[in-house]
Design a protein around this ligand. Structure first.
Ligand SMILES: *Cc1c(COP(=O)(O)O)cnc(C)c1O
Length: 378
């Protein structure tokens, strides 16, 4: 068998089993296939307790969750929202949906989450919210961020789309901000196909989000809408899959950790490649396997390595491009560290970071297929 004929390894795939199938069929046979039905409430309640918060609202996806969270705390035109420079675009695009302006802040070394020192420097009288992102399953350094927010009376929205179940100093992500959002897209730690959740312990915010996600229908007067609302509802079919995924969380997260260990062991003699760097205060859940090439590696060399991996049937993906470099976002402020304003850290990580196949079924043989390509110091 030549290397080329080996089965193609994608970066991610959903891990669905008989429990998901059983619940999905139950939902299907009940006839409740839209956004009413018993799995919705069940998924919301079990997800709230999973995060250690009072309320959870199931929504159509993680982007809708962010949009609703911003609207619920009153973010609008004239406001600034501090977001990390290195993130998936939805963290920034939803700030624009709300009519406000994103302000991009530089990353912490290695882990890539927003640097609290840059956050401090980004605050102005117009700052209304801060959105720390728990990147690739590693929590952001929340304590200093929460302290800055408290000092200035600013709302914190955790974007936990990539970090279900990760912990920061023993606290579960999603339980620290005023509001937090999750995604259940097909490649996330827990999936419902498409789906999202907003969680909070504030009953007023919970009520406001339920109202906005369902066309802003007056709770006391049916089909009366005093405000413009949205249809951001999740279906009962999705919630059924979500209930099963949540019950399997320990199994799913153990698999992800096992896969990361497999890479670390197999790459033990490739000390120049760093896998999922983490801080001592973090208990990450590796969402995707992150490989950082040596400092100073250029984007072109990283991309060349990815092309070589593809030749042996291994998919990979680059770290996120910084939204601040893309047309809709380039006009907004960005804040680095020290005198010269730059997003130096975030740019460096974006250039030399890549995600490798993060499948529960990965074998040592699969990892050995990739490892020789990393021999050459790029
Ligand atoms: C996936 C993701 C989202 C958006 O989730 P969707 O469900 O795809 O809309 C938001 N923020 C981050 C950081 C993500 O990784």
């Amino acid at each position: 068998m030549t290397e080329r004929s080996l089965p193609f390894l994608p970066v991610a795939e959903p891990d669905l089993g008989p429990l998901e199938e059983q619940y999905l069929l139950e939902a299907f046979r009940s006839g409740w296939i839209s956004s009413l039905g018993e799995f919705i409430g069940r998924f919301e309640q079990s997800f709230a307790s999973f995060c250690g918060v009072e309320h959870a609202v199931a929504v159509s996806n993680g982007t809708a969750a962010l949009h609703l969270a911003l609207l619920a705390v009153g973010v609008g035109p004239g406001d600034e929202v501090v977001v990390p420079a290195l993130t998936f675009v939805a963290t920034a695009s939803t700030v624009l949906y709300a009519g406000a302006e994103p302000v991009f802040v530089d990353s912490e070394s290695g882990i890539g989450t927003m640097d609290p020192r840059a956050v401090e420097r980004a605050i102005t009288p117009r700052t209304k919210a801060i959105i720390p992102v728990h990147l690739y399953g590693h929590p952001a350094d929340m304590d200093p961020i929460l302290a800055i927010a408290q000092k200035h009376g600013i709302t914190v929205i955790e974007d936990a789309a990539e970090a279900h179940g990760a912990k920061y100093k023993g606290r579960t992500v999603g339980s620290m901000g005023h509001l937090s959002t999750f995604s259940f897209y097909g490649n996330k730690i827990l999936t419902t196909g498409e789906g999202g959740m907003v969680v909070t312990s504030d009953a007023n915010l919970d009520e406001r989000i339920r109202y906005l996600k369902d066309h802003a229908m007056d709770p006391t007067r049916r089909y009366w809408h005093s405000e413009v609302g949205y249809n951001y509802r999740m279906t009962n079919l999705q919630a059924a899959i979500g209930c099963a995924q949540l019950e399997r969380f320990e199994e799913l997260s153990a698999r992800r950790k096992h896969v990361l260990d497999l890479y670390r062991k197999t790459f033990a003699d490739r000390a120049h490649i760093q896998f999922n760097p983490s801080r001592t205060w973090a208990t990450p859940i590796p969402w995707l396997v992150c490989a950082l090439l040596p400092e100073g590696t250029s984007r072109a060399n990283r991309d060349a390595l990815m092309a070589k991996l593809k030749m042996v049937g291994v998919d990979s993906r680059p770290y996120f491009h910084l939204p601040s470099g893309m047309p809709p976002y380039e006009k907004f402020r960005f804040v680095g560290l020290g005198g010269s304003e730059s997003l130096r850290m975030a740019e460096d990580l974006s250039a030399r970071g890549m995600n490798l196949p993060s499948l529960g079924r990965l074998t040592v043989g699969d990892v050995l297929r990739m490892q020789p390509l990393f021999l050459e110091r790029t």
